[in-house]
Design a protein around this ligand. Structure first.
Ligand code: GDP
Ligand code: MG
Length: 729
């Protein structure tokens, strides 16, 4: 008979949780809503020996205090959903740090299995772990695994089933001993809780006592809703004062010290290092990569190389997709009867969505590079390097983590500001985050820089990212000095060991994020394209300023006469030249007609309304309209250009003709100003929604939109007017 078990996978970030989760369930991690933040729980099913095991991958945490969103999610899941068992994935190469979370799970009193992962790394560092003894000491079975090679998975499943059925002999609940003084205080709370009917459980009341001494906000809140409130808070004040007096430290620090004491004690008997005093490769690499002088230039170099790669390698698949889109639009165009429907599909959907699809390779390459940075451990160094930079500028170093995430997408980055403790830091970080250029803006850069800057496109795009970072820092400075005065709290930046990434892992990470763009194409970009097409196609009847039909008829008639003349004189070659001339003339007339049609369309009229605002920065109404549609999502800027510049229908590559059209309407100076505008103004509706949600205030949301629009305009103005003055136009 099948038995059902629910297990949750906990562990430090980068300990290999997701890898183990994939090994157990055989399924890939389900893609969350937003890149970067693991706030969604991922679920899968494993079957083993008659068991059906429901597996949940919790967010990675170093601890279970109520500081960050991840910690609260992980902890509430364990407490409220009560999984049958928790598998804590522990990085064997960094035991001391990883066991901290383990001690908190032990306190919680849940059934546990420890997956001792990264055994290969531990071994290569000469660490010898007596995991059997460790199991006995801690009352929890340790199962050695190498997640990336799928080793130990069956052992893990077997141990899970044993523990779930209470058949595992080493399993027992231990109390971590916090020392005489602390234990005495914990006991006071325990007694208080046990006398009240609302906390009948012994584990829970001890746990709540521990958490109170750790200043846990959630538990304090929980207590505040009970009749015990006064008594408990009173006791808490007394206990803390007492501990501070006799031990000279805050109770929270004392608890942490004790936990580490426990861990060191356990490891003393069970962990040996065979090669002493050997500096790890990681450390050696770090002396260079995080070097005070070299670190920053190297970081900038990596980012530069990333964009060069994105642009140069991306060119090939981009051309293929481009060709495919062209073929498709011609094929469908030939199949369908002329009319609005054909227009909608060919000019609206294929041109709009296809125009963005062309840039998917670039986006995927960018995400591949970001995944590589993360998987090797370099991303943490980047945060570390920038942390120092941020500190010298008077900004909170922790704020740079959401900023790095902003390179992928601003939405999860803004959500990630929840890890910041003070509301002021949070709002400040939220305000500057959209200046970090997310990958949705990349298609705009690739299109415009590709059209206007040729071989320098990669460098130009790189410069935009740098401008974004610089602006974020500057605005951060400005806001900090004006809107948010105050001190910053110190924060330790983690430096996890470097790791050789696996191709599969990196590809999965790339796909997790990149696939969001594929989905977006079928959603907001499709809808946006159709809307832009509709606005640019109506009204259908126009009072043209010239009679194009008549003029075309005249050109043709004139030509017919001349051609007959030439042929009679036996000058067939000249007649052919004439044909070319005529075609050019007619194309010209058609272009005028199309322009007039578009200017008369709803979109054109809208463009005319905003044109005066954009004239000083050098954009025409088409650019203005593209920016307007870009409020919904940045990729739609590209779709809009695709729809508005329907030149060279049916001939050559789609994006080549689009680029040609852009070269005709923008100088490099205007183009650069345009890209800076796209970089700086409000990224997209989803970001606005995220800002509203995370600040909880319409005023800050309005401020964010307002200041970014103003800043965008001012910068574009400076670029255009300044550049023109310098004769760069
Ligand atoms: P999570 O953040 O805890 O979900 O960690 P992941 O599962 O994403 O793993 C982080 C990185 O460690 C990935 O590149 C994995 O391929 C790698 N990894 C996972 N387990 C092992 C292991 O046992 N040994 C080694 N060398 N690498 C591993
Ligand atoms: Mg993970």
């Amino acid at each position: 008979m099948a038995k059902r078990i629910t297990i949750a996978i906990a562990g430090n970030p980068n300990s290999g949780k997701t890898t183990i989760f994939n090994n157990l369930t055989g399924a890939r991690q389900r893609v969350g809503n937003w890149a970067g933040v693991t706030v969604e729980k991922k679920e899968g099913v494993a079957t083993y020996n008659g068991y059906t095991i429901q597996v949940v991958d919790l967010p990675g945490t170093y601890s279970l205090t109520a500081y960050s969103l991840e910690e609260i999610i992980a902890r509430n899941y364990v407490i409220e959903q009560k999984p049958d068992l928790v598998v804590d994935v522990i990085d064997a190469s960094n035991l001391e740090r990883n066991l901290y979370l383990a001690t908190q799970l032990i306190d919680l009193g849940v059934k546990l299995v420890f997956a001792l992962n990264m055994m290969d790394v531990a071994q290569s560092r000469g660490l010898v772990i007596d995991h059997e003894k460790l199991s006995l000491l801690m009352g929890v079975p340790f199962v050695p695994t190498v997640g990336s090679k799928n080793q130990g998975t069956r052992d893990l499943l077997n141990t899970v089933s044993q523990v779930a059925e209470d058949r595992e002999s080493v399993s027992r609940h231990i109390h971590i001993d916090y020392g005489l003084e602390l234990e005495r205080e914990i006991e006071k709370f325990e007694r208080l809780f046990l006398t009240s009917l609302s906390f009948p459980d012994e584990h829970q009341s001890r746990w709540m006592g521990i958490k109170l001494l750790e200043n846990d906000e959630e538990v304090i809140k929980q207590v505040e809703n009970t009749p015990l409130k006064e008594e408990v808070l009173d006791q808490l004040g007394k206990s803390k004062a007492h501990l501070c007096k006799i031990l000279g430290e805050d109770s929270e620090t004392l608890m942490a010290d004790r936990r580490y004491g426990f861990i060191r004690g356990a490891l003393k008997e069970t962990l040996r290092q065979t090669r002493r005093d050997r500096r790890y490769l990681s450390d050696q690499v770090d002396t260079v990569l995080t070097n005070r002088l070299l670190g920053f230039p190297i970081f900038i170099f990596f980012i530069w190389a990333m964009f060069q790669l994105t642009f140069s390698v991306g060119q090939y698949p981009m051309d293929w997709i481009d060709e495919g889109v062209g073929l498709l639009s011609r094929f469908i165009g030939d199949q369908m009867k002329e009319g609005l429907l054909r227009d909608l599909i060919v000019a609206g959907v294929i041109r709009g969505v296809g125009g963005v699809a062309v840039f998917l390779p670039n986006i995927f390459i960018l995400f591949f590079c970001i995944a590589l940075f993360e998987d090797t451990g370099y991303m943490a160094r980047a945060a570390f390097i920038m942390d120092k930079v941020m500190h010298t500028l008077g900004l909170h170093g922790k704020s740079f983590i959401p900023m790095i995430m902003g390179f992928g997408c601003n939405v999860p980055a803004i959500m990630a500001t929840r890890v910041l403790e003070s509301r002021r830091d949070r709002i400040l970080t939220i305000l500057i985050n959209p200046l970090i250029s997310c990958s949705a803006r990349l298609p705009v850069y690739v299109l415009i820089a590709g059209a206007l800057f040729g071989a320098y496109a990669g460098n130009v795009i790189f410069s935009l990212y740098i401008v974004g970072i610089a602006l974020a820092i500057l605005m951060g400075q400005l806001f900090k000095r004006t809107l948010f005065r105050g001190e910053i709290a110190p924060f330790v930046m983690e430096l996890p060991p470097y790791r050789m990434p696996t191709l599969k892992g990196t590809l999965i990470h790339m796909w997790e994020r990149g696939s969001i763009f594929v989905k977006k194409m079928g959603g907001v970009i499709l809808v946006g394209s159709i809307l832009v097409w509709a606005l640019s196609s109506f009204p259908q009847t126009v009072n043209y300023s010239r009679d194009y039909d008549e003029e075309e008829r005249k050109v043709k008639a004139q030509y017919a006469i001349e051609r007959t003349n030439l042929i009679q004189k036996g000058q067939a070659e000249k007649a052919n030249l004439l044909t070319e001339g005529m075609n050019r003339k007619i194309a010209e007339l058609e272009a005028f007609r199309k322009d007039e049609f578009q200017e008369n369309s709803l979109l054109g009229r809208l463009g005319k309304v905003i044109a005066p605002i954009l004239r000083p920065v050098g954009f025409d109404w088409k650019g203005g309209v593209a920016l307007l549609t870009g409020f919904v999502a940045k990729e739609i800027v590209v779709s809009t250009f695709g729809i508005l510049f329907q030149v060279g229908e049916g001939e050559g590559e789609e994006s080549e003709s689009l680029r040609t059209a852009i070269r005709k309407t923008m100088t490099p100076l205007v183009g650069y100003g345009f890209m800076v505008f796209v970089l700086v103004y409000t990224p997209c509706l989803a970001t606005v929604a995220a800002i509203r949600r995370e600040t909880g205030s319409w005023r800050w949301t309005a401020f964010s939109i307002g200041y970014s629009l103003t800043l965008a305009w001012i910068l574009a103005f400076i670029i255009y007017q300044g550049g023109s003055l310098l004769g760069l136009g």
